[in-house]
Write a protein of this length. Structure first.
Length: 181
């Protein structure tokens, strides 16, 4: 079975659309003034104890800037507190406060509902297929940026023929609903 370029292009477009829509919708949600990623942070700290900010960023796939901004809000709201390690002042730890624990208890169904809204209507077989696809896409993303940049550099280094007046520079599909890079 061969895969058509248009099928790959459509899947790429749908995937990027899904990611953008998820982030846009997720970022609209706040619980007691805290965005959903902030709740993930609090849940992780409550479950596993005090955490290094760098470790939280790594485990939750957040940038250092995002983790700092979220921790600022958590601390300002009284849900968490940061402290620097005496042995290494560069290391910042985050712990949950009693107010943070109470807030998570009041809103314990939010995380479950988030997951149910996204995935609850799928069958067990569909979920297994998604799991396999998500795992494979994640694996395909290893060194993705480096590989694309390497290819772009190779393309730039190749001698490009001068386009003739009668020959198009690039073949453009006659009809497509999807954007190419």
């Amino acid at each position: 079975m061969s895969i058509e370029w248009s099928q790959l292009e459509e899947i790429d477009w749908l995937f990027r659309r899904m990611v953008r829509k998820f982030v846009k919708e997720r970022d609209k949600v706040t619980v007691e003034g805290i965005a959903l990623p902030g709740l993930l942070i609090l849940n992780k700290v409550m479950r596993d104890g005090e955490q290094k900010l760098g470790d939280l960023a790594e485990e939750l796939d957040l940038t250092s800037g995002a983790i700092t901004a979220l921790c600022d809000k958590l601390e300002k709201s009284g849900f968490a507190m940061r402290r620097r390690l005496e042995a290494d002042r560069r290391t910042v730890m985050l712990d949950i406060t009693n107010e943070g624990r109470d807030m998570l208890a009041r809103n314990r169904s939010v995380g479950l509902q988030c997951i149910k809204l996204l995935f609850g209507s799928f069958t067990a077989q569909e979920l297994e297929s998604q799991k396999a696809a998500f795992t494979r896409i994640t694996d395909n993303l290893e060194q993705y940026a480096d590989n694309i940049m390497k290819l772009a550099k190779q393309d730039a280094e190749q001698e490009q023929p001068q386009p003739s007046i009668n020959r198009p520079v690039r073949e453009v599909p006659t009809k497509s609903n999807f954007l190419s890079y």
